[in-house]
Design a protein around this ligand. Structure first.
Ligand SMILES: Cc1cc2nc3c(=O)[nH]c(=O)nc-3n(C[C@H](O)[C@H](O)[C@H](O)COP(=O)(O)OP(=O)(O)OC[C@H]3O[C@@H](n4cnc5c(N)ncnc54)[C@H](O)[C@@H]3O)c2cc1C
Length: 326
């Protein structure tokens, strides 16, 4: 039986698993996705060539997280995303002091690094939880059962609520956490003369464009782009896009061409993905949840804010609570 079963391999799950593993607890991570990293996933096209599908870059704010990222830069897990980051149709100017960090070989590099010595299982969706005789009985997809002394969940707010409502006594799940949705289109085009690394816009539909080649992780004779909708557009269309993927792909690509004026002659590949829980935040009073009586922990970005740093801070907070045995 495991000491700790961790659900989720994003920054929150990989960080808490890493902390607990260092304390010599037996830990295993389970994720329903096909790859590690959660919303910091890297979608591979061919070999090293790919797209940062969700999280785009990290700009550390707190001293603790800055120190953590410095360590990761030294270890060549993170690097700076250089180049010119442009703002279209807005008076906002790029803040050069605003550091943009990205994973060396994809933005899931941090999770991969943190889970290097930890067992994990992908395509394992937790469906049902029972607590019997002080043990967690966890029922996964395909009737797989795992038992653990302690359970830690790191899923987005609505998913955590669905799984854990009957075990969390406090008002945690009554909190009004704000959920934002976004639609992402990945595109491969002809090699363009574009010299910019990314574009922020003040458009209602397309909020952000990044040129993946500018991250210098690979060399390729074609250009790779990530187009992200605004939260407003995501909110209106997240439940409809699956039925008409062609249409939504077309809308975002047209906006991309019109706003950036990048000369696209040919499109070789497209992929569309909707992030229902792209960011989920409304800072709560506590940074994590720990019930030592039943051995249940929750850590995730949504405790503190909409960014990766909030997930890391939440995992750190939970670890401190577990160690203090409070
Ligand atoms: C499009 C987009 C752009 C973003 N841009 C930025 C940015 O530029 N900068 C920034 O700092 N942040 C950004 N973010 C937010 C950032 O990605 C998140 O804050 C961070 O990744 C959250 O990490 P987490 O570990 O808390 O959650 P997640 O990464 O969501 O991890 C939770 C994991 O739990 C798994 N899971 C859920 N339910 C189950 C279950 N029942 N069984 C098994 N596994 C389960 C999921 O598959 C997932 O892997 C962006 C997010 C998106 C979607």
């Amino acid at each position: 039986m495991l000491d700790y079963c961790v659900i989720g391999s994003g920054i929150s799950g990989s960080s808490i698993a890493n902390y607990l593993n260092k304390k010599n607890y037996s830990v295993k991570v389970f994720d329903k996705a096909n790859g590690l990293g959660g919303r910091s996933s890297y979608k591979r096209f061919k070999g090293k060539i790919g797209f940062d599908h969700g999280l785009q870059y990290i700009s550390p704010k707190t001293k603790e997280f800055k120190n953590f990222t410095k360590l990761l830069i030294k270890k060549r897990i993170l690097k700076q995303w250089k180049g010119k980051h442009s703002f279209i149709n807005t008076k906002v100017k790029e803040n050069k002091k605003h550091v943009k960090l990205i994973g060396y070989s994809g933005n899931n590099s941090i999770s991969k690094f943190l889970l290097k010595n930890i067992k994990y299982q992908l395509k394992y969706e937790l469906l049902n939880i029972k607590r019997e005789k002080n043990i967690w009985n966890l029922y996964f997809i395909n009737n797989k059962k795992i038992t653990a002394k302690n359970l830690i969940v790191t899923a987005p707010f609505p998913q955590s609520k669905k799984l854990l409502s009957k075990f969390v006594k406090k008002n945690l799940f009554k909190s009004k956490v704000k959920i934002n949705s976004a639609i992402t289109v990945l595109v491969i085009t002809n090699k363009t003369k574009n010299k910019l690394s990314s574009f922020f816009t003040n458009d209602n539909t397309l909020g952000w464009v990044s040129n993946e080649n500018s991250k210098k992780r690979f060399k390729f004779k074609k250009d790779l782009w990530v187009l992200q909708s605004t939260f407003n557009y995501g909110k209106l269309h997240i439940n409809k896009y699956k039925k008409n993927k062609k249409y939504y792909t077309h809308v975002l690509i047209n906006k991309f061409k019109n706003l950036t004026k990048v000369k696209i002659k040919k499109i070789y590949f497209t992929h569309i993905h909707g992030w229902k829980y792209s960011s989920n935040s409304l800072p709560l009073k506590n940074y994590s949840y720990w019930d030592k009586k039943i051995g249940l922990g929750i850590c995730a970005d949504w405790f503190g804010g909409p960014r990766l740093e909030n997930g890391w801070l939440s995992a750190r907070d939970l670890y401190k609570k577990i160690c203090n045995k409070t």
